[in-house]
Design a protein around this ligand. Structure first.
Ligand code: IYR
Length: 245
């Protein structure tokens, strides 16, 4: 069934060498789709970056399921060029905090972030203290796999690594929120110390750090507003099938 398609996908010759399976999908009505889309929007609207995470434990199974959710992200050539390194170990979290704070002290106090940058951050109230890295029950570090290896050990090129990891990171944030957990996308800079702390090879590059947990009772977040639909959406041309245009 190729419907309006002149060039069916997959092309029948390809299907002989590479298997394809039916896509499992339930079609919803327009009304259901709008309702579901708005419900997803409303749930996501409640997500905030939390910098006062509680030390209360969180089941590892929840973190692992969120990693599995993130790892469903689309990626360049379906290479899934990511590794989620998870730690709940007090000593490692402490080393992580101390190393991150050392870099951040230079960023904030020795002007490695210029005044314009620091001014942009002022409403968030961030500074060089990164206690959440030690207090949160879990810290997950997402590493980019800059390249892989073929069976014979030779280097396998990876495509769109940053884009792929960015999408996976977004899906991880969404999954944690759906699970009822809080996180913060922390990007200590420079991040090379994370390779040492986690003993990761040079082929893996730290992408983002996620301290994860419950918010401390009484947690506050900056009183920010988000851009409105009109500020972020540009509709070009009439919707498909619209006769009025
Ligand atoms: N890496 C620093 C600075 C920082 C930069 C941006 I852009 C932010 O949105 C937040 C913080 C830090 O983690 O404090």
């Amino acid at each position: 069934m190729s419907g309006p398609y002149e060039h069916p996908y997959p092309n029948p010759e390809l299907a002989e060498t590479h298997p394809f399976v039916p896509h499992d999908h339930r079609r919803h009505t327009d009304a259901e789709i709008v309702t579901r889309a708005r419900a997803a929007r409303d749930r996501m609207a409640g997500r905030r970056s939390v910098r006062m995470l509680a030390p209360d434990p969180v089941p590892l199974e929840a973190i692992e399921a969120c990693i599995e959710a993130a790892s469903t992200a689309p990626s360049g050539a379906h290479q899934q060029p990511w590794r989620f390194v998870v730690t709940g170990d007090a000593d490692i979290k402490r080393r992580l905090r101390l190393a991150a704070e050392e870099e951040e002290r230079t960023n904030y106090l020795e002007q490695r972030m210029n005044p314009e940058w620091q001014e942009a951050l002022a409403p968030l109230g961030t500074d060089w203290h990164k206690e959440f890295l030690e207090i949160a029950p879990w810290v997950v570090v997402l590493f980019e796999l800059r390249h892989g290896h073929h069976a014979d050990g030779s280097v396998k090129h990876h495509y769109y690594v940053k884009e792929s990891c960015g999408i996976a990171a977004g899906m991880f944030v969404a999954a944690l929120h759906e699970a009822g957990l809080c996180t913060l996308t922390h990007t200590p800079s420079p991040m090379a110390f994370l390779n040492q702390v986690f003993e990761r090879p040079r082929s893996e590059r730290p992408f983002v750090v996620f301290p994860i947990g419950h918010p401390l009772p009484g947690t506050v977040v900056p009183d920010l507003t988000r851009k409105t639909l009109d500020e972020v959406r540009t509709l070009v041309g009439p919707p498909p099938g619209d006769a009025s245009g």
